[in-house]
Design a protein around this ligand. Structure first.
Ligand code: RNT
Ligand code: ZN
Length: 421
C-alpha cells in the first residue's frame, strides 16, 4: 500500500474512533490550520543578528554548539526560513529581533534603529504570506553589561529606553503594514551575578523605564513583557522576575510572556494560563524546553508541552493566546531544529483539540473522578497521530519522518556549503 493510501485509511478509522467520543476530527483539523505559530528567527543563526557592531554575546543567554551551516546574512536566513515553511503546514508568523535589521554595511546603533531597516523584511514577509512579530534586543552590546533599563546611570538607561521606544515604532509600522498587530516582546537580561543589596532600587528603575517606554499608545502593535528566573552569569538576582512583570502586567494591562524555560524546573507553566487570562489582557508564549536550566533545547512533544496546549484549548481563549517559539540549538542541523519544534508544537495543539473535553467536564461535574482520570488516561492513546499524518498529507507537506531526508538534501545542497565566519 502506498503511504498516501495508508494515511487516508488510518485517518478514516481514527475519525470514527473519535466520533464515537463525540469529537469531530475535521473541526479539530480546521482549528489547527488556523493556529499561527510565531517562529523565532534566531534559531537560524544562533542569536547573532546582522548588526555591524560586533555582537558581544552575553546578556544571560547562550547558544551552544557549532554545527556547520548557520545563516550568515539576511539572504541565507530568509532562505532557511523559506525552507522550514515547506516542511510545516499552516500559515505562521516570524519573530524578528532588533539586531536582525537590514542594515546593509552601515553601523546602526541600537538607539538608531528605525522602520526603514525592516522594510525589506516586511516586503519579504508579505510575499511569503508571513506576519511579523518583533523583539527589542538588550543583549550583545557594549552598553549592556549586567544592567540596561534598570541601570542606575541615567545615560545608559536612556539609551535603552530610546532603543525600546524605537522598537515599538518599528512594531507599529510592521503591524500597520501587515494589517495585523505585531506582537512586540520586551525581554532584558538585567540582573546580578552575586548578591545585591539594592533589589528594590533596580526594580523601581525598571518600572520607571517601562512607564516611560509605554507612555505612547500604539494601535497596531501589542506589548509583551517577559520574565526570567536567572541568566547565565547573572544567577543571584533578576530585576525582571516573574512577580515583577506579573504585577506590572496586571496593573498596567500589558501582556505577560511566559517562556516555558524561565521557571523553576518543577513549576507547572500550564497552570499559569488560566490565572493570566483572568488578570492580563492576553498571553504570549515562548515555547522552549529547559533541561536542568533555561537551556533552550528544541521543543519536543513531552508532557509539559501537552499539558500547556491542553490548558490553552481548555481555556477557550485561543484568540487571546499568542504562541511563539524560543529555542536555539546550535549543535544540530538548524533547519531540522525548527521543523521538529514547530511540528511538535502543532502535534501538541492537535492533541488538545482532540481531547474529549465535554465528556471529561461532565464527569467532573458529576463528581465522577475515577471516570475522569480513566478517560484522561485513555485519551493519551487515542489515534491522534493518524489525524496528524492526515493533516500533513492534506497540506501537501512531508508525512511523518519523511522530512528527515528533505532536510538532509537541503543540508547537502545549501547549509553544508556555508563556511563559518
Ligand atoms: C531569554 C529570553 C528571550 C530570548 C530571545 C532571543 O532568556 O527567553 O526571549 O531567548 O529574545
Ligand atoms: Zn523567551
Amino acid at each position: 500500500m502506498k503511504k498516501e493510501e495508508s494515511v487516508l485509511k488510518t485517518y478514516e478509522i481514527a475519525k470514527e474512533r473519535y466520533a464515537a467520543l463525540g469529537i469531530d476530527t475535521e473541526t479539530a483539523l480546521n482549528r489547527l490550520q488556523d493556529i499561527a505559530i510565531s517562529i523565532q528567527c534566531w534559531q537560524a543563526d544562533d542569536v547573532t543578528g546582522f548588526e555591524n557592531l560586533g555582537n558581544l554575546g552575553g546578556g544571560g543567554i547562550q547558544a551552544t554548539g557549532n554545527y556547520p551551516g548557520k545563516a550568515r546574512n539576511i539572504d541565507e536566513l530568509r532562505r532557511d526560513i523559506e525552507q522550514v515553511l515547506t516542511l510545516v503546514a499552516g500559515k505562521h508568523r516570524l519573530s524578528l529581533h532588533a539586531i536582525y535589521g537590514d542594515f546593509g554595511n552601515k553601523v546602526i546603533d541600537r538607539n538608531e534603529v528605525e522602520p526603514a531597516h525592516f522594510q525589506s523584511w516586511m516586503e519579504w514577509a508579505k510575499e511569503k504570506g508571513l506576519k511579523l512579530d518583533f523583539n527589542s534586543t538588550s543583549f550583545g552590546h557594549p552598553k549592556s553589561g549586567d544592567l540596561t533599563l534598570a541601570h542606575p546611570d541615567a545615560s545608559i538607561r536612556t539609551f535603552w529606553i530610546e532603543h525600546t521606544k524605537r522598537c515599538r515604532v518599528i512594531s507599529e509600522t510592521m503591524g500597520r503594514f501587515q494589517n495585523d498587530p505585531c506582537i512586540m516582546n520586551l525581554w532584558i537580561h538585567d540582573g546580578m551575578k552575586d548578591l545585591t543589596v539594592n533589589r528594590y532600587k533596580y526594580r523601581q528603575l525598571l518600572e520607571q523605564s517601562l512607564d516611560d517606554i509605554f507612555a505612547v499608545e500604539h494601535k497596531n502593535m501589542k506589548d509583551c513583557i517577559e520574565a526570567k528566573l536567572f541568566g547565565i552569569a547573572l544567577e543571584s538576582y533578576t530585576v525582571g522576575s516573574y512577580d515583577f512583570y506579573l504585577g506590572y502586567g496586571a496593573k498596567k494591562q500589558k501582556i505577560v510572556t511566559l517562556d516555558t524555560g524561565h521557571f523553576h524546573i518543577s513549576e507547572n507553566v500550564a497552570d499559569k494560563i488560566s490565572s493570566l487570562l483572568l488578570f492580563t489582557p492576553e498571553i504570549m508564549l515562548h515555547v522552549s524546553r529547559p533541561i536542568r536550566w533555561d537551556s533552550d533545547h528544541v521543543v519536543i512533544l513531552n508532557d509539559d508541552l501537552a499539558e500547556l496546549t491542553k490548558e490553552i484549548i481548555r481555556s477557550g481563549a485561543l484568540n487571546r493566546i499568542h504562541i511563539g517559539l524560543d529555542f536555539f540549538d546550535a549543535s544540530i542541523n538548524r533547519i531540522g531544529a525548527y521543523v521538529i519544534g514547530i511540528r511538535s508544537t502543532q502535534k501538541a495543539l492537535l492533541q488538545g483539540l482532540l481531547e474529549p473535553l465535554a465528556q471529561l467536564r461532565e464527569y467532573e461535574a458529576n463528581g465522577q473522578y475515577f471516570e475522569r482520570l480513566a478517560l484522561l488516561e485513555e485519551a493519551k492513546g487515542l489515534p491522534w497521530n493518524a489525524v496528524w499524518d492526515y493533516f500533513c498529507l492534506k497540506n501537501n507537506i512531508a508525512v511523518g519522518e519523511d522530512y528527515i531526508s528533505l532536510i538532509q538534501q537541503y543540508e547537502k545542497e545549501v547549509t553544508a556549503k556555508r563556511i563559518a565566519n
